[in-house]
Design a protein around this ligand. Structure first.
Ligand SMILES: Cc1cc2nc3c(=O)[nH]c(=O)nc-3n(C[C@H](O)[C@H](O)[C@H](O)COP(=O)(O)OP(=O)(O)OC[C@H]3O[C@@H](n4cnc5c(N)ncnc54)[C@H](O)[C@@H]3O)c2cc1C
Length: 299
């Protein structure tokens, strides 16, 4: 029986393992190695590592763990988990299973991109979900907010932080924009294009224009959208975790969940999706896990 199993080796899982290794806890950190941000050349806004490629950040995380002999890192996919007499049993795709007193799930999220030709191709280089992460690199360029639902107006207004050349594209979908909303967007020089889109075009590196179904085009250096997100596996659901309407986990203090002994850190929990926030959540969960185990062992 280990002290902790951590599923997911992104910033959240790696930082949790680091803190727990420093607490001399026996840790199994397993990761199937399919990070959601693999498509992006650089991770921005990371304290002292601004602009580091995502794989380099992970490699540094792995190197940091090497000196902690109680931490085992394993390339493996967890396919099932259950509670067992106050502990957890995790099953892996190779048929093995492991038990631990606490479980931290740091499995991140998956996203479903809208089906517009070119969105997949430029995902991470010219199609983004987070202007805080990628807005600065396309500052003062023509930006498109791709949205039609309740967040459409907010996303378009948000982009004016990075450029005064913003178009809201609804892709021909029904919107709930009121006359007041349209007037407010207009006051901030945001165009509204309601024609369906055909494709996003550009060169190898980045997009340059959107082609609309009526044959017209729109200059576009970057598209920002709010992709539908989902959990990458059923582990969280199978363990009986509460979920928000968006499919993330409404974690409590120190990333605790409604399931005793189960913690969810990183993008899979409800907070903003930044690498440093994920890492901080991993540290919080690790702190709480160590405190709980200490209390149990010194009762
Ligand atoms: C395109 C893109 C660009 C981004 N750019 C930035 C940026 O510039 N700056 C910034 O701060 N943030 C950026 N982000 C957000 C940032 O990448 C995330 O907030 C951060 O990676 C979340 O860390 P995490 O540890 O929660 O999850 P992840 O980094 O997604 O890691 C989760 C890991 O868990 C593994 N996993 C999932 N299920 C299982 C399983 N069942 N068994 C084993 N392993 C499993 C996955 O393969 C993955 O390796 C970007 C995100 C995307 C998608």
């Amino acid at each position: 029986m280990r002290d902790v199993i951590i599923v997911g080796g992104g910033p959240a899982g790696l930082n949790a393992a680091l803190i727990l290794g420093r607490c001399r806890r026996s840790v199994l950190l397993c990761d199937k190695g399919e990070p959601r941000n693999a498509c992006t050349p650089r991770t921005w806004g990371v304290f002292t590592r601004d602009g580091t490629p995502p794989f380099e950040l992970r490699a540094r995380g792995h190197a940091d763990l090497e000196r902690y002999e109680t931490v085992e890192r394993r390339a493996a996919e967890a396919v099932g988990a259950r509670r067992l007499d106050g502990a957890f049993e995790v099953r892996f795709s190779d048929g093995r299973s492991e038990r631990a007193r606490r479980l931290i799930l740091a499995t991140g999220l998956h996203q479903n991109l809208p089906e517009v030709e070119g969105f997949d191709r430029y995902w991470g280089t010219g199609v983004h979900s987070c202007p805080y992460c990628d807005g600065f690199e396309s500052r003062d360029a023509p930006l498109v907010a791709y949205a039609h639902g309740p967040g459409a107006k907010g996303l378009a207004l948000e982009l004016t932080v990075w450029s005064r050349d913003v178009t809201l594209c609804t892709d021909g979908q029904p919107t709930d924009l009121t006359d007041d909303d349209r007037e407010r967007l207009g006051r901030h020089c945001i165009r509204i294009v309601e024609t369906p889109l055909l494709r996003l075009e550009g060169d190898e590196a980045c997009p340059s224009r959107l082609v609309l179904r009526d044959g017209s085009t729109l200059p576009c250096r970057a598209v920002f959208l709010m992709p539908a997100e989902c959990l990458p596996s059923d582990l969280i659901r199978d363990l009986g975790c509460e979920l928000t309407g968006k499919g993330t986990v409404p974690t409590r203090d120190y990333e605790r969940t409604n399931v005793p002994g189960l913690f969810v850190a990183g993008d899979a929990s409800r907070r903003v999706q930044f690498a440093v926030v994920a890492a901080a959540e991993g540290a919080m969960a690790a702190f709480a896990v160590n405190t709980e185990l200490l209390r149990e062992d010194t009762r």
